[in-house]
Design a protein around this ligand. Structure first.
Ligand code: CP
Ligand code: NVA
Length: 316
């Protein structure tokens, strides 16, 4: 398929989950992200969204997502509007379906970060403009697109058969890594204590995708099995946004699910260590690991900017 054809195929689409994108479309977005990154590094403008506006709705905190979307939109020649849900009528109960139809009359796209994944689905169903999922309790696809870009930079473009071990809470990151990894034909291990396993709904979806791509999705409680010869070790917080009250019990249940030097020794020699950030050093990841030679977390954070610009340039 020609690149031009792909470009028209992506225009106007939502970006709620990588499950809705073919492997070919994901690779196209990753290639475009690499191209855009090179442009930034060479100081060459890439202003393909002149005159376009993107609304950014946040119901949860953010450093990376907010700043990378705002800066990304400006670098593409467009205009970002930060919309705190506290200030929107939506925060006072205006229905999502009305908000969707009103904002569609003003904006060219919306990125939303919220709790309930169904709210994002509803926004997308009623809006006439692309809706981008900037994290829900269920999924974080923008992060995984940047993660795949980072893995390609360190490990080469052939992701098929590569082993990624996610250690910890079976949360939105675990779900999205399973889906994105399965699309790319990777072997994704999720090691978590039984009660914090990923949601079976997303596991089933990822397993279906893996069947087609030749990838593997394996859930285990055994961090040794998961990390054995792993090419990528991945950590995320034990208590996600909205789960703060459960922190004490989660820290107790997940205390062995930490990426530390002992775990690195089980992995491949050239393993890369990833974390979507923010990190809690001494909990899901040891300080010496996040600061150590295998850590790629700041390149990973940078790639949020480039990968999301690829999404914006393609969809808007
Ligand atoms: N990784 C990530 O989404 O970071 P923020 O919560 O800072 O946006
Ligand atoms: N699982 C984390 C990811 C933060 C980027 C959370 O939802 O808080």
């Amino acid at each position: 398929m020609s690149l031009l054809h792909m470009d028209t195929k992506l225009k106007g689409r939502d970006f709620l989950s990588l499950k809705d994108y073919t492997a070919e479309e994901i690779v196209y977005l990753l290639d475009l992200a690499d191209f855009i990154k090179a442009k930034v590094k060479n100081g060459e403008p890439y202003e393909v969204l002149k005159g376009k506006t993107l609304g950014l709705i946040f119901e949860k905190s953010s450093t990376r997502t907010r700043v990378s979307f705002e800066v990304g939109m400006v670098q593409l020649g467009g205009y970002p509007l930060f919309l705190s849900s506290n200030d929107l009528q939506m925060g006072r109960g205006e229905p999502i379906r009305d908000t969707a139809r009103v904002l569609s009359r003003y904006l060219d796209g919306i990125m939303i970060r919220t709790y309930n994944h169904n709210d994002v689905e509803e926004l997308a169903a009623y809006a006439d403009i692309p809706i981008i999922n900037g994290l829900t309790d269920a999924l974080h696809p923008c992060q995984v697109l940047a993660d795949l870009q980072t893995i390609r930079e360190y490990k080469g473009h052939n992701l098929k058969g590569m082993k990624l071990a996610y250690i910890g809470d079976g949360n939105n990151m675990a779900h999205s890594l399973m889906i994105g990894g399965a699309k790319m034909g990777m072997e994704v291990y999720v090691a978590s204590p039984g009660e914090y396993n990923p949601d079976s709904h997303w596991v089933d979806i990822a397993k279906e995708i893996a069947k087609e791509s030749g990838g593997k999705i394996i859930l285990t409680q055994d961090i040794g099995e998961a990390s054995k010869k792993a090419d990528v070790l991945y950590a995320d917080v034990w208590a996600s946004m909205g789960q703060e009250k459960e922190t004490a019990e989660r820290v107790k249940a997940l205390s062995k699910y930490q990426i530390n030097d002992a775990l690195i020794k089980k992995a491949a020699k050239d393993v890369i260590v990833m974390h979507c950030l923010p990190a809690h050093r001494g909990e899901e990841i040891a300080d010496e690991v996040i600061e150590g030679e295998h850590s790629v977390v700041f390149d990973e954070a940078e790639n949020r900017l480039h990968a999301q610009k690829a999404v914006l340039a393609s969809l808007l």
